[in-house]
Design a protein around this ligand. Structure first.
Ligand code: FAD
Length: 385
């Protein structure tokens, strides 16, 4: 699927091209045949995770000593794009590999890394990050979940909502206040292994506008007793700084997803308008269709060039929050516009569930909301003015 006429990005090495081919083949043979069933059921099987782990598609940026393949964010970018191009927008692997695992790699103690990372790489553990609560999302300082000192460990209490991977996750990084009086400085990240955690409860898988089979859920922690080693790192009160450092990567993951969905929408639409006829000619013969798609292709091309620039800077450790926020906000806005224009060219079929473009239209909307709303992105960009 290559709807854009761009040369390969300079960060795409030969190894990454091989990874791209391997991921594409694996997804086509192991996952795509089940896509409709998962959409129908609104859920996918737990073994999807272990299969991805066995195929080397989880945690590729984690060093080999912790069970990964020792790659970089470029590996995450390639795999995330392939999942989206194949219609796997609801599978939370990019969050698991690109958001949860890096918190542990960057801030965990040696024991924490050795304990959790290898199991995240195989899919034995499925990761989630629980920031949002019923009362607060954008304003993370307003988090009310607490982790109070209790004996040698902590007592975790609170509820989280909208949590991606919420039904399958068994390693949840929970944003909690270890010192509620200190606001942001009293915030810590607590890592909860949920399999044997008394007092932990999963709520329902939430019904949503799109991303039908993503297991976005509520999670409840009622006086969950945690050992001292559940605190990520060794020092309390570091949670906010840790979040701020890692959020640019989360934004890049969303931008990569947006780009892949634009490419997919364009490819599907170009294919459709060449086949569908009206007034004795293919839809693509109408000048309006050509102009619409010419504009979409131009804007998607501009987006891809910017995205590649951001990925390259991120791999070099030079991507700043401002630029990552620009990528997240502008590319997800553009994704929504392009998918909408493409859907229009499908006519009534674009509104029918069996045409992927209709699902892409629904799935696109949340991209402007999660990982920090696009309004919050603009606030972050404005700080650089
Ligand atoms: C499908 C899905 C998956 C998600 N996955 C996760 C997950 O895995 N983990 C997790 O922790 N969270 C997750 N979220 C939550 C998501 O990150 C939040 O919904 C998002 O951050 C917005 O928070 P909120 O819903 O509380 O909205 P609010 O913060 O209440 O915002 C409401 C509106 O006010 C605007 N607003 C807020 N503050 C300002 C401001 N200062 N200036 C201007 N406008 C402002 C917002 O932009 C928005 O338009 C997910 C959400 C969805 C829908």
């Amino acid at each position: 699927m290559d709807a854009l006429s761009l040369p390969r990005a300079s960060w795409m090495t030969e190894d990454l091209v091989l990874l791209e081919e391997q991921a594409r083949r694996f997804i086509a043979s192991e996952y795509v045949p089940h896509l409709e069933a998962w959409n129908e059921k609104g859920m996918y099987e737990r073994e999807v995770w272990t299969k991805a782990g066995a195929a080397g598609l989880l945690c590729p940026a984690i060093p080999e000593e912790y069970g990964g393949v020792g790659g970089s964010f470029a590996h995450e970018a390639v795999i995330g794009r392939e999942l989206s191009l194949a219609g796997f927008d609801s599978f939370g692997a990019p969050l698991h590999s690109g958001i949860v695992a890096p918190y542990i790699l960057h801030y965990g103690t040696e024991e924490q890394k050795a304990r959790w990372l290898p199991k995240l790489a195989t899919g034995e553990l499925v990761g989630a990050i629980a920031m949002s609560e019923p009362g607060t999302g954008s304003d993370l300082q307003g988090v009310r979940t607490t982790a109070k000192k209790s004996g040698n460990g902590y007592l975790l209490s609170g509820s989280k909502t909208f949590i991606t991977n919420g039904q399958h996750a068994n390693l949840v990084i929970v944003v909690a206040k270890t010192d509620p009086k200190k606001g942001a400085k009293g915030t810590s990240l607590m890592v909860v292994e949920t399999d044997d955690a008394d007092g932990f409860r999963r709520g329902r898988k939430l019904k949503k506008l799109g991303m039908d089979w993503a297991d976005t859920s509520e999670l409840f922690f009622e006086d969950v007793q945690l050992p001292a080693e559940s605190l990520l790192g060794t020092e309390e009160g570091q949670g906010f700084a840790q979040l701020m450092n890692e959020l640019p990567q989360e934004r890049m993951i969303v931008a990569i997803h947006a780009m892949a969905m634009m490419e997919r929408a364009l490819a599907l639409t170009i294919d459709y308008v060449k086949q569908r006829k009206a007034f004795g000619q293919a839809i693509i013969e109408f000048q309006n269709t050509q102009f619409e798609l010419a504009e979409c292709k131009t804007e998607a091309t501009v987006a891809k060039v910017f995205l590649d620039h951001c990925i390259e800077r991120h791999i070099a450790g030079q991507l700043d929050t401002t630029t990552a926020s620009m990528a997240k906000y502008w590319m997800t806005d553009l994704q929504n516009k392009i998918v909408d224009r493409c859907l229009q060219l499908f006519g009534g079929y674009g509104y029918m569930e069996e045409y992927p473009i209709s699902r892409m239209y629904r799935d696109a909307r949340v991209q402007r909301i999660y990982a920090g709303t696009n309004e919050i992105m603009k606030l972050l960009i404005a700080r650089s003015l």
